[in-house]
Design a protein around this ligand. Structure first.
Ligand SMILES: [Zn+2]
Length: 215
C-alpha cells in the first residue's frame, strides 16, 4: 500500500507498510512540504523520500506552476477547466508512485482524487484512473499494482465528516493555492474547503485571511 497525497513538485515518501508520497504544487511547495512533514510526524511515518519534479515548473501553463499566471479567486464549479489545472499533473505523480511501488513490492497506491464537487480537473475522473491501471498492467514487470481512489465519488463535505470521525489531522493540512503564511479563503481550493466544512457543520481549524463563503 502506498499513499499519494495532493500537491506537486516535491515527492516525499516511504515507510515499509504504508509509504506516503506527496507531490506539491510549485507556488506553495515550501508550505506544503512543511505540512507533509508535520502530518508524517504526527502519524509516525519515519522514512520519507523527497523527489523534486522540475518538469512541471519548466513547462508552466498553470497558475500553480507559472508565477506569471495569477491564481484566480474562486470560479463557478463545473464549467471550464480553470487555469489552476496543471497539464497532466497527476500522471507525473502516479508514474513516480508506480515506479516506487514496483521497487517496494507495494500492490496498492491510494490517491485522494475527488471528482464531484471539485474544480473539474480531467485527471480526477474515474475513467482516467481506470485507464491508468491498464497502463500499469501493460507497463510493469508483474502488472499487479493498482491505483485506488477511495474518495473519488464522495462530496467534500462527506470527506470532512469522515476525516473528523477518523481523527484526520486537518489542523496540519494546507489547501490554499496562493499563499504560504495564512490560507487566503478566496481561491478555488480554499472556497471548496470552506464550503465543505460549512456543509459538514464543523469548524475548519486552520486560520483564514477571509472566510466569506456563499451558502
Ligand atoms: Zn486560498
Amino acid at each position: 500500500m502506498l499513499w499519494c497525497c495532493s500537491a506537486e513538485a516535491w515527492i516525499p515518501a516511504s515507510v515499509p507498510h504504508s509509504p506516503w508520497l506527496t507531490p506539491m504544487r510549485q507556488r506553495t511547495e515550501g508550505r506544503e512540504r512543511r505540512s507533509f512533514a508535520a502530518i508524517c510526524d504526527r502519524l509516525g511515518i519515519h522514512d520519507r523520500l523527497l523527489v523534486r519534479n522540475e518538469a512541471l515548473r519548466a513547462i508552466g501553463g498553470s497558475a500553480l506552476t507559472d508565477e506569471n499566471i495569477a491564481v484566480p479567486e474562486s470560479q463557478a464549479i463545473g464549467h471550464d477547466i480553470p487555469v489552476t489545472y496543471v497539464p497532466f499533473r497527476n500522471a507525473h505523480f502516479l508514474s513516480v508512485a508506480v515506479s516506487w511501488a514496483e521497487v517496494l513490492g507495494a500492490k496498492k497506491i491510494y490517491i485522494g482524487a475527488v471528482e464531484q464537487d471539485s474544480s473539474g480537473y480531467p485527471d480526477c475522473r474515474p475513467a482516467y484512473y481506470q485507464a491508468f491501471n491498464e497502463v500499469i498492467k501493460a507497463g510493469t514487470k508483474e502488472g499487479g499494482i493498482q491505483i485506488v481512489t477511495p474518495l473519488i465519488a464522495m462530496r467534500k463535505a462527506e470527506i470532512v465528516r469522515l476525516g473528523l470521525e477518523l481523527g484526520a489531522p486537518f489542523d496540519l493540512t494546507w489547501s490554499c493555492y496562493s499563499r504560504e503564511d495564512r490560507v487566503c479563503g478566496v481561491c478555488d481550493s480554499c472556497v471548496l474547503r470552506l464550503r465543505a466544512f460549512k456543509e459538514a457543520g464543523a469548524a475548519d481549524p486552520i486560520s483564514y485571511v477571509q472566510t466569506a463563503v456563499a451558502g
